[in-house]
Design a protein around this ligand. Structure first.
Ligand code: WT7
Length: 633
């Protein structure tokens, strides 16, 4: 296991839910629901009834070609039908679907009916651009209504979307576009960040020089930033021009339950980012059920998840989950501490947010400003809080519980992954909570902690976190790489899904996630592979070779520590350090936060040439380097 992740103390406190919380909840007894979920096919089949199907499935789960599972075999449905169209003939027609707010205080509301019309126009426009069912459309956009409209327009016509997070930069962007052979890209003139406008179009222009498959670039005028358009090339068009005059009606494409829905790239321990493939039917069932039960979505809710839509949390729990339940989702563009560290609580007060979902790194960041800011505002509308992305240390949990939840609001610590699509280990509001534990597998999901061979380890002992039964929102493969899908996730420990995390289980069956077991870093909850960072360093002219490890950081969880072999004549002085930081920013984006650079003469490697990061980590912490028998020199 990597030993640089935040250590969770042996936490013994237990927090019981309030009577009000339990009385209000859809699921009043957590343990009973877990029992019900043990018959998992039956459980998920029942939940699938909450979704509209054009044609019902023949079989809930097909396990005949493991690990290529199929759910709701031969079922026909459409996500946009379920997330938008079906609500316009109900009392939700004029309810706000999307409440967009930004750091400047601008707001924009779209009702379900308005969203329906906008999605239809964009769907027709995409068809006019020649986008067909099964083809990939990419988005490089800020948190803005047009992003959501574009995603729903794709799913309406059966196009596959592939969002590139707007905090990634040219190198990472190009890689994702070319891997998916994208024909249409939707981007914007900019995004607001801490009082400045970041010119996304400029980054996109640079990337496009290296993306030969892209035929059309659609540009959203979001910030009214002055940008250069090259409309004469016939390749670029403004979003508003594109949808102008399009009919506000468009039929949904009937999709097979197993038709691809979206691609989302994520980092692994080796090689390039992996294209995670999610499909239509099971994804909807898994995401809507977990959101409904874990955040206990009720008709009067105002739900806010602060994640960026560029990550899986944004896909599943900013857009799709909330809209599939017909709730109002608040979409915020901006930082948690701008214009001041009370920014988020001001929004909670102003709109009466009831459900709030964020990441431990944001909580730790806001914690540093003390309890002053949350106390300025009346945030008593909050009923449920959530966290996701990395282990939450008990100190941050308690701060969140006291200062934001006022000791009455339960905290849902949700463990899951880009690959799982939906929450996997998480409590329900009626659960007893232990700070720092994501509690137990959600009803209908089975997980365990095992050794290398797949045998369960004794309670309290660390081991590999595995999922032992298929689940509906599971990814189905890696884009154009079935071999890697099998090898990375299913073959190491036969018969189960290996998550890549270490965990332990306590005597009450609660899971304590300890961090990644592989060479994947978690920087402010963002996943980034050491090998990606190493090759980005390697592409700088001064660098011969680089090795990267994670270094513990009190706010971000981890940051990058790089050991660099430099070319003859280069010194690691201020000028080169700045240049290297700028280079990494250009290649990967601001997500790759550099903590420390160190010049070395050689790197510890195995005889087969693999960098032994374990030795670097131990050396960095001044610890014993342990067994070095496989070390070459
Ligand atoms: C990795 C997945 C899925 C949402 C965002 C991250 C870590 C995620 C928790 C949690 C401890 C967590 C794991 C996991 N992680 N949630 N509640 N407690 N660790 O998605 O980028 O695919 O990263 O995030 O290490 O494997 P992702």
């Amino acid at each position: 296991m990597k030993s640089n992740t935040i250590v969770l103390l042996d936490e013994k406190r237990v927090f019981k839910p309030s009577v009000e919380t339990v009385e209000r909840a859809h699921v009043k007894n957590w343990e009973n629901e877990i029992e019900k979920g043990k018959d998992f096919e039956k459980y998920w089949e029942e939940k699938a009834e909450d979704i509209d199907w054009f044609q019902k499935w023949d079989k809930v789960l097909d396990e005949s070609n493991k690990p290529f599972y199929k759910w709701f075999v031969n079922g026909k449905t459409n996500l946009t039908h379920n997330a938008v169209d079906r609500w316009i003939n109900t009392e939700k027609r004029n309810k706000v679907a999307i409440l967009y707010v930004n750091e400047r205080g601008d707001e924009k509301k779209l009702t379900y009916y308005e969203l329906y019309r906008e999605v239809n126009k964009m769907a027709n426009a995409l068809k006019n651009l020649g986008v067909k069912k099964g083809e990939t459309v990419s988005m490089y956009l800020p948190m803005c209504p047009e992003l959501i409209i574009s995603l729903l327009a794709c799913t309406k016509i059966g196009a596959v979307h592939s969002v590139v997070y707007s905090g990634l930069s040219v190198g990472a962007f190009v890689e994702r576009m070319n891997n998916a052979k994208v024909k249409v890209l939707i981007t914007a003139d900019g995004t607001y960040r801490r009082g400045k406008i970041i010119d996304l179009k400029k980054i996109s222009d640079e990337a496009m020089l290296q993306c030969p498959t892209v035929e059309t670039v659609v540009v959203v005028k979001h910030t009214q930033n002055e940008i250069k358009m090259s409309e004469l090339s016939g390749k670029e068009i403004f979003y508003d021009r594109l949808v102008e005059g399009e009919p506000a009606e468009c039929e949904c494409e009937p999709m097979d339950a197993e038709d691809p829905l979206f691609l989302l790239y994520t980092s692994g321990s080796t090689g390039k980012p992996k294209g995670i493939v999610h499909t239509t039917g099971g994804y909807m069932v898994g995401v809507s059920t977990t959101l409904k039960n874990i955040f206990d979505i009720q008709p009067d809710d105002l739900y806010w998840c602060t994640a960026d839509i560029g990550w899986i949390t944004g896909h599943s729990y900013v857009i799709y989950g909330p809209l599939l339940l017909g709730t109002t989702t608040l979409v915020y563009e901006g930082a948690p501490d701008y214009p001041d560290p009370g920014a988020w609580w001001k929004i909670v007060e102003k709109y009466g947010v009831t459900k709030f979902y964020t990441a431990p790194t944001a909580i730790r960041h806001l914690m540093r400003f003390g309890d002053r800011y949350p106390n300025i505002y009346n945030i008593s509308s909050l009923r449920i809080l959530g966290t996701v992305g990395e282990p939450i240390n008990p100190e941050a949990w308690i701060w969140y519980y006291k200062n934001i939840g006022k000791e009455k609001t339960p905290i849902m610590d949700t463990w899951w992954q880009t690959e799982t699509g939906m929450h996997m280990i998480a409590p329900l509001p009626s659960a007893d909570l232990k700070p720092g534990s994501a509690t137990k597998p959600v009803p209908g999901v089975s997980a365990d902690v095992v050794d290398e061979k797949g045998n369960p380890v004794p309670l309290g002992t660390g081991g590999h976190l595995v999922i032992t039964k298929p689940w509906p929102a599971m990814f189905r493969t890696l884009y154009e790489d079935e071999e890697k899908y099998k090898n990375v996730y299913w073959n190491d420990i036969p018969g189960v899904y290996k998550a890549g995390d270490m965990a332990r289980k306590d005597k009450d069956g609660y899971f304590w996630i300890q961090g990644r077991s592989d060479d994947v870093l978690k920087i402010a909850g963002h996943r980034i592979g050491t090998s990606e960072v190493e090759s980005a360093f390697g592409s700088h002219p001064a660098v011969v070779e680089a090795a990267v490890i994670g270094k513990a950081d009190p706010v971000k969880g981890e940051v990058i520590k790089a050991f660099l072999i430099l070319k003859e004549g280069y010194q690691l002085k201020t000028k080169l350090i700045e240049e290297l930081k700028e280079h990494i920013r250009y290649e990967l984006g601001p997500v790759a936060v550099i903590g420390e650079l160190e010049k070395v003469d050689s790197l510890p490697k195995t005889r087969s040439g693999k960098i032994m990061r374990r030795i670097l980590r131990a050396r960095d912490k001044g610890e014993d380097v342990g067994d070095t028998s496989t070390l070459e020199e």
